[in-house]
Ligand binder design. Structure first.
Ligand SMILES: [Zn+2]
Length: 510
């Protein structure tokens, strides 16, 4: 059993970037002894021996190479050299094949829940009977249309015709080969990336193609699958990744967009698929400055969460250029080392978060004395009007407490993870006028449950108080607000907050 619920971070860089960038980036990590993750497309490095040698050397140094699909696409594969195209054409999961690519099948669209629109189609041009419906420019929310009458999904280009947007339809695989003749007043649905799902047979071919390519390149097989942001009109759901990549091919982690997981300790995981929803973007080493990143990371760790960075090595979004980027990553890593913040890979974090049971009696409420990013605000807290007092007779060994002079909010802690389901002890030390009082509100927002606990301040001496907080089934996170309901005429002070499973606490009779 783990004795802590310490979160940490993971660095992820996507796409087959130039060798020079990988070499310089890896040098920073190797200097600190930390590992990063690279999501690569094996079909794009085939035949490039320099590139393969680079990737081999990254793997040899312990960096995690992840499967970003063979061609940065969920709907097509490279046709293997010398393959029998007719044999491929007959394979389950294959729609069609051309000289270089295999095009994969999509699952029937669950159209019943989608709004229904009507259109006229002529050749490849689709005009909606409701004006404005096709104008939506969002490529995640509106990536394709489904026409149930002919049981087909089409991608499109939006073009303007006499003041309204019409669609120039393309095939599901984005080929310019659509001609539907004349269709009047047919039903259609707008599809988001999450509405479109690839068949299990197609996913099987995606996994096998990647594994075969990695093997033929002399590389270790990947254990993590990373959804490409562009490349096809389907964003996978984590259950679909688990059912194929996890259950059939031994992948242990993945990143999906529609139903990403929280990545906190004790995350509710009834179907065992949360490790396949580990999306990135919790911090942004590429485009944000050092202080912004350290604050995000410090707050996330205080909440027992794991944070995944974000980078494409895009020099045009780096505020201080490539050299500034490398320096920033170097400083984040130094800070992690100084503060013992774990830096791990996807597959390592998946194991720790979703396969390991931590000690239920460890306190999960953020300590007021911890301020890893040294901005004067305890990590994990929004101070609201409270003032932080240090080294002045606090209630516990840390000597740090909060003080307010007026009724109203004191502090809040948002997205606190690491929770134990069922009965927990929340304790808080208070000091103030006997007429004063505080109230702690626990909002389990994922399951829409709120619990409030009121405490009288009782005494001008530090007094420890307790309440039982019941963490509902299905809750992974809680938002906590502590407020002063009445001052009793003097300052109200609180400190030493703790939250843990009800265990050996002697003040409780079990
Ligand atoms: Zn990508």
């Amino acid at each position: 059993m783990r004795t802590d619920k310490r979160g940490g971070i993971c660095f992820r860089v996507d796409d087959n970037k130039p060798i020079r960038q990988w070499v310089e980036f890896a040098r920073v990590f190797d200097r600190h002894g930390f590992k990063f993750c690279a999501a690569l497309c094996p079909g794009r490095m085939a035949g490039d021996e320099d590139y393969t040698r680079l990737v081999r050397s990254l793997q040899d140094r312990g960096h995690e190479i992840m499967d970003h699909t063979p061609l940065h696409s969920v709907d097509k594969l490279p046709l293997p050299q010398g393959a029998d195209a007719d044999a491929w054409r007959a394979m389950p999961g294959v729609d069609h094949v051309d000289a270089t690519r295999v095009y994969l099948t999509y699952a029937p669209i669950a159209a019943a829940t989608l709004p229904e629109y009507r259109a006229d189609i002529s050749g490849n041009l689709m005009k909606s009977r409701t004006p404005g419906v096709l104008n939506d420019p969002n490529q995640t929310r509106f990536i394709a249309v489904c026409v149930p009458h002919i049981d087909s999904v089409f991608r499109f280009r939006q073009i303007e015709r006499s003041g309204d947007v019409v669609l120039a339809l393309r095939s599901f695989w984005d080929e310019d080969n659509v001609d539907l003749g004349e269709l009047r007043d047919v039903v259609f649905h707008k599809l988001s990336k999450a509405d479109v799902r690839m068949t299990l047979d197609a996913r099987v071919l995606l996994a096998e193609s990647s594994l075969n390519l990695f093997e033929s390149l002399g590389l270790d097989r990947p254990r993590t699958w990373i959804q490409p942001g562009s490349g096809g009109c389907s964003d996978f759901w984590r259950e679909d990744v688990k059912a194929c990549f996890g259950d059939l091919y031994g992948y242990v982690a993945a990143a999906t967009y529609p139903d990403r997981s929280v990545k906190c300790f004790n995350e509710d995981d009834p179907n065992g698929d949360k490790r396949f929803g580990m999306q990135w973007g919790n911090f942004d080493d590429e485009a944000r400055d050092l202080d912004w990143n350290l604050k995000r990371i410090a707050d996330g760790i205080a909440g027992h969460r794991v944070l995944i960075g974000h980078s494409h090595f895009w020099e045009h979004v780096m505020p201080d250029g490539w050299d500034g980027y490398l320096k920033r990553v170097d400083r984040i890593l130094s800070w992690c080392k100084e503060n013992r913040v774990p830096v791990r890979t996807y597959s390592e974090w998946a194991e720790i978060l979703y396969r390991t049971r931590p000690d239920p009696e460890v306190n999960v409420f953020p300590e007021l004395s911890v301020d890893l990013n040294a901005d004067g605000v305890p990590d994990g807290y929004d101070m609201l009007p409270a003032e932080v007092v240090r080294n002045d007779g606090g209630p516990d060994a840390n000597g740090v407490f909060l003080t307010v002079r007026n009724a109203g909010a004191i502090c809040s802690v948002d997205r606190l993870g690491g929770l134990e389901k069922g009965a927990n002890t929340f304790s808080v030390w208070t000091r103030g006028h006997p007429g004063g009082g505080i109230e702690a509100t626990f909002r389990f927002f994922e399951v829409e449950t709120t619990q409030k606990h009121a405490f009288s301040t009782k005494s001008p001496e530090w007094t420890e108080q307790h309440a039982t907080v019941t963490v509902p089934a299905g809750a992974s996170l809680v938002n906590v607000t502590i407020e002063c309901t009445r001052t009793g005429g003097s300052a109200i002070e609180i400190g030493g907050m703790r939250l843990k499973a009800r265990g050996e606490d002697p003040t409780f009779v079990r």
